[in-house]
Design a protein around this ligand. Structure first.
Ligand SMILES: Cc1cc2nc3c(=O)[nH]c(=O)nc-3n(C[C@H](O)[C@H](O)[C@H](O)COP(=O)(O)OP(=O)(O)OC[C@H]3O[C@@H](n4cnc5c(N)ncnc54)[C@H](O)[C@@H]3O)c2cc1C
Length: 496
């Protein structure tokens, strides 16, 4: 008992903390919440958890749109273990503590003339967190973010520190590069970097038929090619991003304001010059603001009526209006914001990242790249054949190179990620069950594997079929954490 009290004083566990993920779609009430500053403190927390028969969940930025980071036992937030430990200029590698946010790392690397070769849409996420769930961006020559990891250190349940790389503890390394937070506490991560670079972004309108018929060409033409499809229509916005020497493109302040507005409304877009001049800007602000109200307040109000009548919108009388409304809104926003060509140049991370302000539900499965056309056309047909099924824009389609990471959705195959969303206006849940199930059905049929951070309904049986190396991962996990101290409800569905 005395020892327990001593430990409590040393590690400062806080009670009464409510944890919520970024989208406020999942949350939990950890009994004790810790923000350790050293390995010794983490060891003490693990000891205390063992003594009290508690589980431990380590979190980074809390951005995962699922319950993967939730626990009602002990939560360790790694925000205070966020230093850059070493920059090896010769190898162009950086070693950081697991809690560092990529937003801080990007700036630090830039000071050394280095950068990460690829990033996801946001950087307020931790180094250990992004690799934990297999965060990805796009670019068929580029793997998911964990492929940039060349070494890491893991504090295991027994308190041992393991160095892992291709040459040391190679098996554990292949598991820990995409660790799901279940192998131990990731203390440090070493990333392979590249020389700092600028990106030239070109965004232009197209159609779904054109993009799918010429997918190979698009993939060849741009290093970081992706596209946004506007469901209930043929409209597509193509986004090319490629390294350029034409650095130093400075945006006028009105453009920066416009960028903020536009990212607020259109999370996947960087097309600043489109709204680039003061007077039209304010006019557009009014128009776009009204549209925004129409989209979210309108759907939200209908949602409330649907909820009051005790039915999903899709089956209620009111719901019959919604599909046509959303269809119109998707088309209108495409016309307003995506129907002309726009270019932009900036340092890589400013192009990769965008400010994503609207909370949303999301699913994002990876399918073999050769299934892209078939799967997307099936989703389109399903929406057309079921007018009551509503899909918010955009469906974001990205690509990634195959890899050898055991639990990577791109394990041994080049892949297409198809990201669907439903916004949550004012924190409300817009009905999405039909759309969600239809999408999952199509993804499963085409051999899909769900993004680990995002919502899905898969269990161990599914993962055993999806991942040839699943048994190897399980045996590493069982060896490193035999009592399951790092498990939570999400992970129980994965492993039991
Ligand atoms: C607005 C937004 C945009 C996004 N964009 C993209 C995108 O473009 N591409 C994409 O693939 N994903 C994207 N995501 C998902 C996001 O990248 C992942 O959820 C990522 O894991 C978040 O990192 P985090 O630090 O917030 O991790 P958390 O959500 O905090 O944790 C994720 C997992 O990592 C574990 N973990 C964290 N730190 C440690 C540690 N030190 N040791 C052991 N385990 C640890 C946790 O236990 C958990 O299992 C986005 C999410 C949001 C909200």
């Amino acid at each position: 008992m005395g020892h327990e009290l001593l430990v409590l004083v040393q590690v400062h566990g806080q009670g009464g903390v409510k944890f919520q993920n970024w989208a406020k779609t999942y949350g939990s009430s950890p009994e004790l919440y810790f923000q350790p500053t050293s390995v010794e403190e983490i060891r003490e927390i693990l000891d205390m958890a063992r003594q009290r028969d508690k589980r431990v969940k380590v979190v980074g930025g809390g951005h995962s749109p699922s319950d993967i980071a939730c626990t009602d036992d002990f939560m360790i937030q790694m925000g205070k273990m966020n230093r850059v430990l070493k920059v090896d200029m010769e190898k162009q590698q950086v070693t950081v503590e697991g809690g560092i946010f990529l937003s801080d790392l990007n700036v630090e690397l830039s000071k050394h003339g280095l950068a990460l070769a690829n990033l996801g849409a946001v950087s307020e996420v931790a180094a250990a967190g992004v690799i934990g769930t297999g965060t990805h961006n796009t670019g068929i020559k580029h793997g998911i973010l964990p492929t940039q990891v060349v070494a890491l250190t893991l504090l295991t349940a027994s308190g041992e520190i393991l160095e892992c790389s291709e040459s040391i503890n190679a098996d554990i390394f292949q598991a820990a590069r995409l660790h799901l937070g279940c192998l131990g506490v990731v203390l440090t991560v070493t990333f392979q970097c590249v020389p700092q670079f600028h990106l030239h972004e070109v965004v232009f309108p197209s159609t779904l038929t054109e993009v799918l018929d010429h997918l190979e060409d698009h993939l060849k033409r741009s290093q970081y090619f992706r596209f946004l499809w506007f469901p209930h229509s043929e409209n597509v916005s193509v986004i090319y991003q490629d390294p350029t020497n034409k650095a130093g493109h400075v945006l006028p302040p009105s453009c920066l304001q416009a960028r903020k507005l536009q990212t607020l409304l259109v999370p996947n877009d960087h097309r600043l010059p489109l709204l680039g001049f003061a007077a039209p800007f304010f006019l557009r602000q009014l128009v776009v603001g009204l549209c925004c109200w129409l989209l979210f307040a309108g759907v939200s109000a209908l949602d409330q009526v649907g909820a009051c009548s005790g039915k999903w919108l899709g089956t209620s009388g009111v719901g019959t209006f919604v599909p046509s409304l959303v269809c119109w809104i998707n088309r209108f926003f495409f016309w307003l914001l995506f129907s002309s060509r726009v270019e932009n140049i900036a340092i890589s991370y400013k192009i990769f990242n965008y400010e994503c302000r609207f909370k949303q539900h999301v699913q994002d499965w990876a399918i073999p790249i050769e299934k892209t056309k078939e799967a997307l056309l099936e989703l389109k047909a399903a929406l057309e054949n079921n007018p009551k099924m509503v899909a918010h824009y955009p469906v974001e389609v990205r690509f990634a190179r195959g890899d050898e990471i055991w639990l990577s959705p791109c394990f041994q195959r080049d892949s297409c990620y198809m990201n669907i969303i439903m916004y949550r206006p004012y924190g409300k849940n817009v009905p999405r069950l039909n759309y969600w199930l239809t999408y999952e059905g199509i993804m499963k049929k085409h051999g899909g594997r769900p993004h680990w951070a995002k919502a899905h309904s898969c269990t161990r049986k599914d993962f055993e079929k999806m991942y040839p190396a699943f048994p190897k991962f399980c045996s590493v996990r069982e060896k490193l954490d035999p009592t399951g101290i790092f498990l939570n409800a999400y992970l129980e569905k994965v492993f039991y």
